[in-house]
Design a protein around this ligand. Structure first.
Ligand code: TQI
Ligand code: CA
Ligand code: ZN
Ligand code: ZN
Length: 172
């Protein structure tokens, strides 16, 4: 079963369109075009299940959601920890910050199960999970759910389960 954050915070239900910006990429070797594609696909999975839509903006100023790669202590009290452990984190609505640990071996295209590194992590899978948090979902007890709090390295899991869909549709 899905959960929400305490108090069930959401983006205003009148706001059907949210903008995101990829603001901090200096610590990743993945090129911008690839990042844009991966995050667009991840947001599209949630917009397909809701009346929400998401568009990328290049201006951090008019973005509701900001996405960036950071290493170690990066000033928000939630330091990253090097390879594996914490992969990424996102804050509840309407904060909008989504940070990825630059120390991970991110795989942005192709088949993560074939990655040469045994600590490779599929970027789109983590993005779909973190966008759930950005929109107001907590963790689910359902193993198949995107919001289940465990993912194995070299695994791709990007399809919303019915539990995720019911959870997000009950919120918006
Ligand atoms: N990051 C945790 C997560 O996103 C951070 C976190 C812990 C968190 N508790 C939270 C964020 C409560 C919001 C609310 O769950 S993580 C997974 C998963 C992580 C974990 O790096 O451990 C994914 C990131 F669920 F698979 F384990 C992405 Cl997909
Ligand atoms: Ca880490
Ligand atoms: Zn952070
Ligand atoms: Zn989570």
């Amino acid at each position: 079963l899905y959960t929400y954050f305490p108090g069930s915070p959401t983006w205003p239900r009148s706001r059907k369109s949210l903008k995101y910006a990829i603001t901090q990429t200096s610590l990743t070797s993945i090129d911008r075009a690839t990042l844009s594609q991966v995050f667009a696909r991840a947001f599209a999975r949630w917009s397909a299940a809701t009346t929400l839509n998401f568009t990328e903006t290049t201006s951090a100023n008019d973005a509701d959601i900001t996405i960036g790669f950071y290493a170690g202590d990066h000033g928000d009290g939630e330091a990253f920890d090097g390879p594996l452990g914490t992969l990424a984190h996102a804050f509840s609505p309407t904060d909008g910050r989504f940070h990825l640990d630059a120390a991970e071996t991110w795989v942005a295209s192709g088949d993560v199960s074939q990655a040469s590194s045994d600590v490779a992590v599929d970027l789109e899978s983590v993005a779909v999970h973190e966008i759930g948090h950005l929109l107001g979902l907590g963790h689910s007890s359902e193993l198949d759910a995107i919001m289940y709090p465990t993912i194995t390295s070299r695994t791709r899991k990007v399809d919303l389960a019915s539990d995720d869909v019911v959870g997000i549709q009950s919120l918006y």
